[in-house]
Write a protein that binds this ligand. Structure first.
Ligand code: SF4
Ligand code: ZN
Ligand code: ZN
Length: 314
């Protein structure tokens, strides 16, 4: 198999694009797609200060690396959920990348603030681990972004993540979530930062290839709580469809973007409520995070550590 651009040996066959590429041309292809996605959908403005939510996985670390290569100087935010044998390892990977690209990363330790890891916390507040995790992550990402003067949160959701979430929403007709999926979630001045997903059109396989070809050291294991996640079942089904009809996932997501835009559906209610304690979005009175703080009798502000690679000016 030869590279369609230069004729050298290809390292990857992209059936969805009917294309095969060598390492150098694949890296250029993927970075160009991220750039085009950002430009076409106006995800990051020149004067914005972006913050990347990094987990230690291939998607977020590669995205952080790509953005800095493309000239979007971005710092990171990492949320330590205290998952045994997983969180400390993923934080190491995040720090390794921070050193490599010479960017700082803000770190929130759940255990230090609430005295519990995500597993125990979810049992106490009677939510599934993933639901509690999602709530904490959304809150902390927004908080760091707003408190530290950044304007846009960037997450590493890829094509497979989005397609499987969309399939789940359609299967159960979760109308309240269905039209919220998109490349961008608009900000609400002083309360909620803009959130964007530049990897929306890049598949999991492409991101893994990109990470390996660039020697990006990422955590290979999945989060132990993802084992039962329905999204893995949906991903598997979509991969089987993709195998027999290459390009289906891309069409699924692109079609969705077109339809949701055509419907001009608001992805966020304009009449959001704000928490009486912290001022960030809430679905009524006090936000879920502040309710937990109250319940555990924790007073005062939450704390973030800051990891700064050696040699980086303050
Ligand atoms: S799988 Fe792990 S990281 Fe993902 S939402 Fe669930 S607890 Fe959080
Ligand atoms: Zn080539
Ligand atoms: Zn609050």
């Amino acid at each position: 198999m030869k590279c369609r651009v230069c004729g050298n040996d290809a390292v990857i066959n992209l059936k969805a694009y009917n294309n095969a590429l060598c390492a150098r041309d694949f890296i250029a292809f993927l970075e160009n797609r991220v750039l085009k996605t950002i430009q076409r959908y106006r995800l990051i403005d020149k004067d914005e200060k972006p913050l990347v939510a990094v987990s230690g996985g291939k998607d977020s670390l590669s995205l952080w690396y790509i953005l800095n290569r493309l000239g979007f100087a971005s710092d990171g935010v990492y949320i330590d959920l205290s998952i045994e044998g997983y969180s400390s390892l993923s934080l190491d990977k995040v720090k390794t990348m921070a050193d490599r690209i010479q960017r700082r990363v803000f770190i929130f330790h759940l255990m230090e603030t609430l005295g519990k890891g995500i597993d125990k916390l979810s049992r106490v507040i009677k939510r599934s681990t993933c639901s509690a995790c999602g709530m904490i992550k959304r809150y902390i990402m927004n908080r760091v972004c707003m408190d530290r003067g950044y304007n846009v949160i960037i997450t590493g959701h890829n094509l497979d993540d989005e397609a499987s979430a969309l399939l789940g929403n359609i299967l159960y007709w979760k109308d309240e979530y269905l039209w919220k999926k998109g490349l961008e979630l608009k900000e609400s001045e002083g309360h909620l930062s803009k959130k964007v997903k530049p990897l929306f059109l890049c598949s999991e396989r492409e991101m893994a290839a990109y990470a390996i070809l660039n020697s990006i050291d990422y955590i290979r294991d999945e989060c132990p709580f993802s084992i039962d996640a329905k999204s893995l079942v949906y991903k598997d089904i979509l991969n089987r469809i993709e195998e027999s009809s290459p390009g289906t996932k891309l069409q699924f997501i692109k079609g969705y973007l077109k339809v949701s835009r055509a419907m001009k559906t608001q992805r966020r209610k304009d009449n959001l409520d704000y928490c009486a304690v912290c001022g960030y979005p809430a679905s009524g009175g006090i936000c879920s995070f502040c309710r937990i703080m109250e319940r555990f009798g924790i007073e005062g502000d939450i704390r973030f550590d800051e990891y700064k690679p050696e040699g980086l000016p303050t």
